[in-house]
Ligand binder design. Structure first.
Ligand code: GRA
Length: 383
């Protein structure tokens, strides 16, 4: 076992760190307050090859791998968590196309995603279908050389700004989850309406609703076969969950660093507040939860790079990292007191952003369900 990163991975991590410090940090607070969509940063991350890590060179990627992608995601989220969401919105659809698309689709659709030119998103969740994906109601009916889609998707990251979307909809409801299909759609076509939504955190990551009414998707944009949508969705989520876990690590680290720095400066009752054991208790827990989560993220990413099944490991990593981010941000706020609660410091943003990780890409409860059912022998997570 080797815990050292290769020179190549260190270089990738340092590139992402440098980019985040120079290009994201200076306006992070302003972008958060202004709910600003930074298309320029989406493009720059594309130029730097961040979305191409898990895509082969043939389709515009660089093939550096999943470990590289998690290192990049952590560095971006450390500085501004909302900015790492763009990674998943570009990489999630690109990966689904890479795994399930035709050669023609891969050549046509992956490179613009990887360059950041076509802003992507994926549309799974509906008003009555969150954790229970198969409860979705969106339906696609075959008509001539295309499909006509109808339905509403909600809480879709990038919905207000995306050029394209990977949409999941039923083509045959009688087949239950085996009747769901996946479509890669051009959102500039008629039949789409969008509504922006506001959330507690991740303000610079636009989110909203997509409603489809008489929305045509050509047959050439069906991804995989009819009825393969649920499988594609689960496969895709397994990969975007991993990047999401790495994002949570970034927030956990940001909160821990802010807490340690403050505890080493702030004096009360004649000594640095780091000297108080109640604060040491919080800091010790932050350090251990974050480091344990990082090892789980690294193992899950390493397995992906070895092309080994890793659903169980991804669920463990996502659960541990999301909880560690939420714990660390809450603890940092306690340590910083009024300064933590103040909008003049970033800790309140860390707390708002951290909470998202317990919900998105499969809630903490869904990850626990996957882990426990595997442990109990009810349902194998790695299949
Ligand atoms: O029997 P079968 O051949 O039909 O196959 C079953 C199973 O083997 C079928 O699906 C297959 N399957 C999988 N195949 C490959 C299940 N899981 C996988 C997998 N990982 N890989 C049905 O299986 P089932 O277990 O009976 O399904 P279920 O009980 O309906 O659902 C399982 C589960 C609850 C885990 C699933 O629905 C789930 O993961 N729900 C969470 C949904 C979720 O994560 N939503 C995320 C929304 S997108 C988002 O949050 C964007 C955020 C962006 C960002 O911030 O990054």
């Amino acid at each position: 076992m080797d815990f050292d990163l290769s020179e190549e991975l260190v270089a990738v991590r340092d590139l992402a760190r440098d980019f985040a410090e120079k290009e994201i940090a200076p306006t992070a607070a302003k972008d958060d307050r202004g709910h600003t969509f930074r298309k320029d940063l989406v493009l720059k991350m594309g130029e730097l090859g961040f979305y191409g890590c898990v895509i082969p060179e043939t389709y515009g990627g660089n093939g550096l791998g999943f470990l590289a992608l998690t290192l990049i995601t952590e560095e971006i989220a450390l500085v501004h968590s909302a900015m790492r969401v763009f990674i998943n919105m570009q990489v999630g659809p690109a990966l689904a196309l890479l795994q399930f698309g035709t050669e023609e689709q891969k050549k046509r659709l992956i490179p613009p995603l990887i360059r950041g030119e076509a802003v992507g998103c994926f549309a799974i969740t509906e008003p009555d279908a969150g954790s229970d994906v198969a409860a979705m109601r969106a339906a696609a009916v075959r008509k001539g050389d295309g499909y006509v889609l109808k339905g509403t998707k909600i809480w879709i990251s990038n919905a207000p700004v995306a050029d394209n979307a990977l949409i999941y909809a039923y083509t045959d409801r009688s087949q239950k989850h085996r009747g769901i299909s996946a479509f890669y759609a051009d959102l500039s076509q008629p039949g789409v309406s969008r509504r922006s939504l506001e959330t507690l955190g991740a303000h610079a990551s636009p989110i909203g609703e997509l409603t489809f009414e008489n929305f045509r998707v050509p047959t050439g944009n069906l991804v995989g076969k009819e009825g393969e949508g649920f499988k594609i969705c689960m496969w895709q989520l397994n990969h975007t969950r991993l990047s999401c876990a790495a994002g949570a690590l970034g927030v956990a680290r940001a909160a821990r660093e802010a807490a340690v720095s403050y505890a080493n400066q702030r004096e009360q009752f004649g000594q640095k507040i780091g000297q108080f054991q109640m604060n040491q208790d919080l800091i010790a827990q932050m350090v251990v939860h974050e480091e344990a989560a990082r090892l789980l993220v690294c193992r899950a990413a390493w397995l992906a790079d070895q092309k080994q099944p890793n659903n169980l490991e991804v669920s463990m990593a996502k659960y541990a990292a999301a909880e560690s981010a939420a714990f660390a941000a809450d603890a940092a706020l306690r340590i910083l007191g009024a300064y933590g609660y103040s909008t003049e410091f970033p800790v309140e943003r860390y707390l708002r952003d951290a909470k998202s990780y317990q919900i998105v890409e499969g809630s903490s409860n869904i990850q626990k369900l996957i882990i426990a059912q595997d442990a109990l022998g009810y349902r194998k997570a790695n299949r």
